[in-house]
Write a protein that binds this ligand. Structure first.
Ligand code: AKB
Length: 317
């Protein structure tokens, strides 16, 4: 086993992934990279390097100089930020993925794991029980760049035999990283407000149903697909994942079972337009059949765990 590079290690999933894989595979095997330099030893002894994935030369050097054999390419610009900054979304999501795949081939990397997203779907995609292979004509820059990443990944796998694998993530809910640049991040923000004792003004309409999952299940899935035998994988990075689907009103009800006086009102903004192009529910059977996708948390058990942990962190908003 060689050295694993994680790009985007300070992002929502990257942060928790580095901690998990350094425990699982050993700190000395992990190099955590990000375009930002961490202020302190965030990963307790894991080596960190600065890396801008849109810089092809830097990506090649990072892989070569550190004898990288496997990559978790987690660097990405999420949907809401991508709509406000399409140029950045293109450079990181599309060009960054191209650079990682191209360097992967040239520098002899064995395996690349890349997350995709429900953002690849668009208004022409069916709304419910969406299959893996379907219409992917998104109307957001995030979606355009992630469809590009999906197609590039399949191309590099087919043409050059590079072992590229990954999943289409739904909205991910986590208490460890504060809500940031995603459309589905309203859900995280709702928990933060509830625990802080504040009313929450939701930027999506109360009946906007979206596929979601809790971070422990999101991480477990990534490890499962990373460890799966290559001959079991029918798809590249297009495996649909979702543990459940809910709308803001249903999430409010779930939180209210623990915090009964929590109040939410609704003021949709530009993120509603993004959410309206995404499906409500996904068909996840391919992930179940090919590599054993099996989420443990449902909505209420996630709510209990989120509230418990955010209370222990004494969060404020
Ligand atoms: C976002 O909302 O942009 C992300 C995603 C669904 O990919 N959480």
């Amino acid at each position: 086993m060689g050295t694993i590079l994680v790009t985007g290690s300070l992002g929502q999933i990257g942060t928790e992934l580095v901690t998990l894989i350094s425990q699982k595979y050993g700190k000395s095997r992990i190099i955590a990279s990000d375009v930002r330099v961490p202020e302190h030893d965030v990963f307790s002894g894991v080596e960190t390097i600065k890396l801008d994935v849109s810089d092809s030369t830097a990506v090649h050097s990072a892989i070569r100089d550190n004898s990288i054999t496997e990559i978790f390419h987690m660097a990405g610009i999420l949907s809401a930020l991508g709509e406000r900054n399409p140029d950045l979304a293109f450079r990181v999501n599309a060009l960054g993925t191209f650079n990682v795949l191209e360097a992967g081939i040239k520098e002899g990397v064995n395996k690349v794991v890349i997350p995709s997203t429900i953002g690849v779907f668009g208004p022409e995609t069916p709304k419910d029980n969406v299959p893996v292979v379907t219409v992917t004509r998104p109307t957001t820059m995030y979606g355009v760049t992630k469809v590009t990443a999906e197609l590039l990944s399949s191309y590099y796998r087919r043409k050059f035999g590079l072992d590229v694998r990954g999943v289409r993530y739904p909205g991910i809910i986590s208490y460890k990283t504060p809500p940031s640049a995603g459309t589905t991040d309203y859900a995280v923000d709702m928990y933060y407000h509830a625990v802080a004792g504040k009313k929450y003004t939701c930027y999506l309409k109360q009946d906007t149903v979206l596929p979601m999952m809790y971070m422990p299940d999101a991480l477990d899935s990534l490890i499962k697909i990373y460890e799966a035998p290559a001959n079991k994988l029918r798809y590249t990075i297009e495996y649909n994942l979702s543990a459940f689907s809910f709308d803001p009103m249903t999430l409010h009800k779930s939180i209210s079972k623990i915090i009964p006086d929590f109040r939410v009102d609704y003021k949709p903004d530009y993120r509603q337009e993004i959410a309206d192009t995404w499906p409500r529910t996904l068909d996840t059977r391919a992930a179940v059949e090919d590599w054993g996708f099996s989420p443990r948390y449902d909505l209420d058990s996630m709510s209990r765990d989120m509230v418990k942990n955010l209370r222990e962190m004494h969060v404020s908003v």
